[in-house]
Design a binder for this molecule. Sequence first.
Ligand code: IMP
Ligand code: MG
Length: 172
Amino acid sequence: MPELISVLTKGEIKKKVAHVARMISSDYQNGELVLIGVLKGAFIFLSDLAREITVPVKIDFVETSSYGERTCSSGRVRITKEVEIDIAGQNVLLVEDIVDTGLTLTVLIDYIKSLNPKTVKVCTLLSKHERRETKIHIDYACHEVRNGYLVGYGLDYAGDYRHLPQIYELKL
Ligand code: IMP
Ligand code: MG
């Protein structure tokens, strides 16, 4: 049986999400904002974040190819669902569950930029800084982790564990 080790409790997540939402609300107080969540992992984080942000937002999603049943990136990222609303001239905030090597975000940032937004920033729930293979700037990160494979609060392993209300490290 895989073992689940608690990394962030419900209360800790709530505090960290609220903190980042306050920073975002303050940074965008003079302009509209489009939140673009990266499916499927970011769906719970985005829904909590959006409700804590106090400036008007629009919401859309993109989806990238998943890891399948592996816990490390295949290094190939494919966009399987594109943005549907017109983001030309808009302030865009990409919302990710976790940034690991940074490959997914590198591809997504290039894609979003090709749609001519006014600005593009990145917000992630979790960041594994030590594992980064690409140079990307993360504007807002709720929590930094060292390593290990994390599940819960939207994050999955082979489609499981997304519904768990807190974040765990999965020991296979
Ligand atoms: P990257 O392209 O290596 O930065 O990987 C980012 C994507 O891989 C994220 O959007 C997640 O969906 C997935 N991922 C990376 N690390 C984890 C993890 O620890 N748990 C669950 N998903 C992960
Ligand atoms: Mg993802």
